[in-house]
Design a binder for this molecule. Sequence first.
Ligand code: HEM
Ligand SMILES: *[C@@H]1O[C@H](CO)[C@@H](O)[C@H](O)[C@H]1NC(C)=O
Ligand SMILES: *[C@@H]1O[C@H](CO)[C@@H](O)[C@H](O)[C@H]1NC(C)=O
Length: 484
Amino acid sequence: MWGLCVGTLVIISITQYWIYRWRNPKCNGKLPPGSMGFPLLGETLQFFTPSTSFDISPFIKRRIERYGPVFKTSLVGRPLIVSTDPDFNYFIFQQENKLFQCWYPDTFRKILGRENLADLHGSIHKYVKNMVLNLVGPESLKTMLPEIEQVAQRTLQQWSCEDSVELKEASANMIFGLTAKKLIGYDSNESKEDLRGNFDAFIGGLISFPLNVPGTAYHKSIQGRKRVLRTLKNMLQERQAKLRNTPIDFFDYVIEELEKDGTLLTEGMSLNLMFALLFASFETTSVATTLALKFLSDHPLVLKQLTEEHEMILKQRDNADSGLTWEEYKSMTFTFQFINETVRLANIAPGIFRRAMTEINFKEYIIPAGWTVMVCPPAVHLNPANYEDPLDFNPWRWEGMEKTDASKNFLAFGGGMRFCVGADFAKVQMAVFLHCLLTKYRWKVISGGNIVRTPGVQFPDGFHIQILKKEDACMTEKHETTST
Ligand code: HEM
Ligand SMILES: *[C@@H]1O[C@H](CO)[C@@H](O)[C@H](O)[C@H]1NC(C)=O
Ligand SMILES: *[C@@H]1O[C@H](CO)[C@@H](O)[C@H](O)[C@H]1NC(C)=O
């Protein structure tokens, strides 16, 4: 009897001590304010609560009000510091690989692969990043421009024959088609393998409960990833068997690198890299493209000015049908303001994760070594101190911004050494698509277009539009210009 009582008391006090420790983690100083939530669970459920507005998620907003711009919490069993402070964000990005290191949650890494770019640091990261820049950096984009335009034109032509197009899915297909061609020479027409379908399975479970049993989205995701990797591996081996003399796509280039003496690249790394690039390119840019058309549909004045900018490009040419030049692309001033404004409000990356490599001092606070830090771009993009009336869609706010040091307040593509390597690629694809669309087509919204953030952006009912040829309007305009 006594034994049982003492036992119970011991268990209670251990539990109490454990809860106390959970709520008050060890630290050689003062931790940032905030609540660690329930033991183990932390504040995970609150964090993943869906929200349907463009505003900062209620989870983050409430905590900024209560604790200030830097606070602590706990997600999926790990202590986490959230930063919405521009100076601290800047510091984190500048200290990449010194005080902080790129770090993503385990569930994410299990799906994205161990040897991923996010898991590579230092010189190997620089080396792989340069390989990617060789593919999608400005120099390569210049030569890719005609092909990007052709793909956009062909795609729009196909869409205009349909009564309704679900834009998120359809633009993802368009972007996947182009990236897969440039990356691995994959043509969905010719290949027997359903690469895109396997990717869909993969994405469906990307942000899902990590339970790996048949039937769950997570399980399908892992299976999808396996099939994509198997396809990529087969393709790599086929290519290695019959080497080409002149490299045409990224695959050729990777094989060249793999066969160099003393190369840093492994087969596993290159397959994971291809996988990550296919994924990173089409899942992000298609969301941005879908939102771009939604914003245009809702803001006629923006649509008018953007259309004028692109019609002007055609008017100033000798031959309206000659393809886009790089100079013309560079001249799309309002388009770039429009794209900045779109990705500012889109907040495609709800959080950018890092890990403190040593104990870190910030103002009066201490962040213990090993803790995760999340930079929160939405909180920066929607802060009225940085952007007046932050929820207004207003591309004109970017006028003259290039001259100021705005980069601290613009984190859509990250910052520092890990700044998105595909940012230019995404911008070219969007600008060229808009150019083809606005000069030759108009559209009607049929349904959908609502967003939900969990916290990644999704379109629960899609965004269905009908694309119509502008032909008649073009004809009358041509008559007018010839008669004057
Ligand atoms: C609108 C479109 C896009 C958005 C909003 C976006 C956003 C981001 C962000 C926020 C990061 C930083 C992640 C971090 O610091 O941990 C990043 C990194 C990256 N992005 Fe993008 N991205 C876009 C398009 C693309 C495209 C088209 C590609 C494909 C070429 C791409 C490939 C990558 C890669 C490989 C990294 C990792 C860079 C590194 O670790 O050094 N992204 N992106
Ligand atoms: C794929 O097939 C469609 C229709 O069969 C055709 O219009 C298109 O040009 C083909 N694409 C490529 C890249 O060959
Ligand atoms: C878009 O934002 C970036 C980052 O602040 C800035 O450097 C660039 O000049 C902006 N573009 C335009 C057209 O305002």
